[in-house]
Design a protein around this ligand. Structure first.
Ligand SMILES: Cc1ncc(COP(=O)(O)O)c(C=O)c1O
Length: 376
């Protein structure tokens, strides 16, 4: 390979739509409305339309989006929030920061989602929220989660940071975008996300107009009218420049999803029959937009496989090497090794291979050839 293989090729993605992006950037700079400029309003409206949702609120990043969601739902210190033990730390961090108590549950070995069959084991009279994480680009089983949440009057925040553009498929065949099904959906526009900007960014989605107004206020110092602070808020804004970029890129999101799905399908057919490598499972209730193509490597060979790929010049990532309940910072909640065996095992087995919108055939062929050789 002449050029280094990348996990994500953001440069080529930019070059493909450079004139449009450059114009959007130039216009935003010329306009000089760097904070809450017209591009932010335009992007909010585009995001709302794309997702077919009542309210969209932009903010500074996906972690803030989670915090604003929990504040908007009036979660109070001491309240309990259920989260999967296998997720990115941001999902849990905000719970801890707000003085809430994370209640971890295990995940499903094949789809990596929160194991909804275990929800009722941890629900107590202090439980106020469940956060399904649509990990790696595929929706959790929302109907199963909603049924339990409704029964116990618990709110649902969908962590959609990795799954923008993915669609949940209801049992009757109808579809809804990830992040628009629970009470609030949160997302991140971190550059490597499926809809990524050129820095940090985030958003919240809700079908509840009143809640939408409230979270909009919270993201903006708790004010609706300047200097009239109705509620305690935060300062979390999406920059005008980022909104301008995102508004252009949103127009390509479906193409981006299709490009990732094509790469995934090619990996699938090449790896399907390999012994020792499990390709990512597809849930029947979701489309998959492959923010990551994450395989499970059996027989304790994951790290050996990772080193082998590195020798061949193929990057890979382990999302995530340690489950949240065993992270040093979260030991205060008293969990121990063995509490969530599937999450713990996945941390030893998972590996994510390069996948992005600009994957070239010769590069993917090289990756495939080397992966296949390892398991032969
Ligand atoms: C599942 C999940 N939740 C939340 C976040 C936080 O998003 P951000 O990095 O924009 O704060 C991320 C980002 O990687 C994520 O993957």
């Amino acid at each position: 390979m002449k050029d280094a293989i990348q996990m994500v090729d953001l440069k080529s993605q930019y070059l493909k739509i450079k004139p449009e992006i450059d114009k959007a950037l130039f216009d935003a700079v010329e306009e000089v409305a760097y904070i809450n400029g017209p591009q932010v309003k335009k992007f909010v409206s585009s995001l709302q339309k794309f997702n077919n949702v009542t309210s969209a609120v932009t903010c500074a990043n996906g972690t803030d989006a989670l915090q604003i969601a929990m504040m908007g739902l009036d979660f109070k210190p001491g309240d309990e929030v259920i989260v999967p033990a296998f997720t990115y730390i941001a999902t849990v961090e905000v719970i801890a920061l707000l003085g809430l108590v994370p209640k971890f549950i295990d995940v499903k070995e094949d789809t990596f989602e929160l194991d909804y069959t275990k929800l009722e084991d941890v629900i107590s009279d202090k439980t106020v929220g469940i956060i399904p994480v649509h990990l790696f680009g595929q929706c959790s089983n929302m109907e199963a989660i909603i049924e339990i949440a409704k029964k116990h009057n618990i709110a649902i925040i969908e962590d959609t940071a990795q799954a923008m553009g993915s669609e949940y498929i209801y049992q009757d065949g109808s579809k809804a975008f990830a992040g628009t099904i629970g009470d609030i959906g949160t997302t991140s526009f971190f550059p490597s996300k499926n809809l990524g900007c050129f820095g940090d960014g985030g958003a919240l989605l809700t079908q509840n107009a009143e809640l939408g107004e409230k979270i909009n206020m919270i993201a903006n110092h708790g004010q609706r009218k300047k200097y009239h602070h109705e509620t305690i808020g935060v300062n979390s804004r999406l920059d005008t420049i980022q909104a301008a970029i995102l508004d252009v890129k949103l127009g390509y999101l479906n193409d981006y999803s299709a490009a990732r799905q094509k790469v995934a399908a090619k990996y699938d057919s090449a790896f399907n029959s390999l012994s020792g490598l499990n390709i990512p499972a597809r849930a029947k209730y979701s489309t998959h937009v492959f923010n990551q193509y994450t395989c499970r490597i059996e027989k304790g060979r994951r790290d050996e496989f990772k080193s082998y790929l590195q020798e061949k010049g193929i990057p890979s990532m382990v999302y995530y090497p340690i489950p949240v309940h065993l992270q040093q910072a979260y030991k205060i909640y008293g969990y121990q090794e063995g509490d969530f065996p599937i999450a713990e095992r996945l941390c030893k087995e998972v590996i994510s291979l390069p996948i992005h919108t600009e994957m070239k055939d010769n590069v993917q062929n090289y990756i495939i050839e080397n992966v296949v050789n390892f398991f032969k």
